[in-house]
Ligand binder design. Sequence first.
Ligand code: FES
Length: 152
Amino acid sequence: MFDQLPAPTHRPVDSSQLMSLIGPLDAASDGGQLTAAQIEAVAAEVGVDSALAYMAMGMYPMLQVKREHPTCFTVCSGRCQFWGSHDLIVELLRRKAERLGAGKGAFDVMAQGCLDQCNSPVAMRFNGPAGQGVLPGANSELLDAVIAELCD
Ligand code: FES
């Protein structure tokens, strides 16, 4: 399954740190659902970047991001970590904040343990009115074009 993968480019995040976020996220949730603002508040309270909170939720399917925008990007936060999924979520969240600040259409961000595109990390699923699918080999250089295509 992984025999054609390129060499890893990133270190995985600390899984125990992700696990430690699940309790605070669960406590802040409304029946397992959390808005982006609630996720960011938990991350700030614990003292980690918000991307780690999203990745923790990707490990624990009982916690779900409450949809607030027509388009959603879901990043593989499993083995794709070795090729930069944490950085990709950081970049998605940064671009989302910029677009919200500029009054442009934004999007939801989610993480999931695997998107069944394991030979082409980082896998990112998109889903919205403009279409749906999985983008293999996603990286921050591709984000602006993909976001503009799906959200403008
Ligand atoms: S491990 Fe990332 S898509 Fe399967």
